[in-house]
Design a protein around this ligand. Structure first.
Ligand code: PMT
Length: 223
């Protein structure tokens, strides 16, 4: 039987890929399937937590979970920030767009109006994870992910360390991503860093196994 070691805790997990509309029919998105985030939500629920899943675009089922559906990074920010007010743990596994189109066209963008090249003007989205960590709210454990395309473990670690220090999350889960890694796969391999960039753990296996190791570390951090 699963140990209910998260009983009584309010856990918020974000999952999936945000979609930033360009016009009524097109968006800028990414290849996140939501598998890692949903695995985290299910693991936390199985371990007794009360879980809210804030879901951007998913390619997996969420049956049995409490889900708040969102589309864009701004919507995800609103949903996560409101759920976080009463949360003990927030895990940001969603792949959030760093930039969104500066304007959303009311009508479908036409080739006739643009010729051979079309330039998109993008503006930065607020960093949800950094904002939550900066709150420094007593009792709130903030977990982030770092999705990096790095050719070696050393370079992956270096990028992860920089992100850990910049974002300030209590725990940063670093995973390597690429054309055939991280996004959409059933398995994952991660390095866990604290807010100073020190390695505190590693995990490899199914996304559920990785989720359980991440939650073990959350419990260790809170005790
Ligand atoms: O969904 P899957 O197909 O299972 O794939 C899993 C995954 C690779 C998407 C997942 O394991 C993962 O790494 N998720 C984070 C993806 C991401 O956006 O990483 P990042 O390095 O760009 O962002 C770092 C952290 O900041 C993340 O926790 C992200 O949620 C958060 N962020 C990013 C931008 C932003 N504007 N606000 C944020 O809070």
């Amino acid at each position: 039987a699963t140990v209910r070691d998260l009983a009584g805790l309010e856990v918020v997990v974000s999952a999936g890929g945000t979609r930033e509309p360009l016009d009524p029919v097109r968006f800028l998105g990414n290849r996140s399937s939501g598998k890692q985030g949903v695995a985290l939500a299910r693991a936390a629920a199985d371990r007794g937590a009360h879980v809210t899943l804030v879901a951007a675009h998913l390619e997996v089922e969420t049956e049995g979970l409490t889900v708040v559906r969102v589309e864009t990074a701004s919507e995800l920010a609103l949903a996560v920030e409101s759920a976080a007010e009463v949360a003990d743990v927030v895990v940001m596994a969603a792949a959030v767009a760093d930039y969104r189109p500066a304007t959303v066209s009311e009508a479908k963008i036409k080739k006739d109006d643009n010729g051979d090249a079309l330039t998109l003007h993008l503006v930065k989205n607020p960093d949800i994870l950094q904002g939550l960590a900066a709150l420094g709210r007593e009792g709130l454990t903030v977990v982030g992910f770092a999705a990096e395309t790095a050719p070696s473990r050393d370079e992956l670690l270096e990028l992860g360390r920089r992100k850990a220090r910049r974002k300030g999350a209590d725990l940063l889960v670093v995973n390597s991503v690429g054309w055939a890694a991280g996004f959409g796969t059933d398995d994952n391999a991660v390095i866990l860093l604290d807010s100073s960039g020190t390695i505190v753990g590693e995990a490899e296996g199914s996304k559920r196994q990785v989720a359980d190791v991440v939650l073990d570390h959350v419990i260790a951090l809170r005790s």
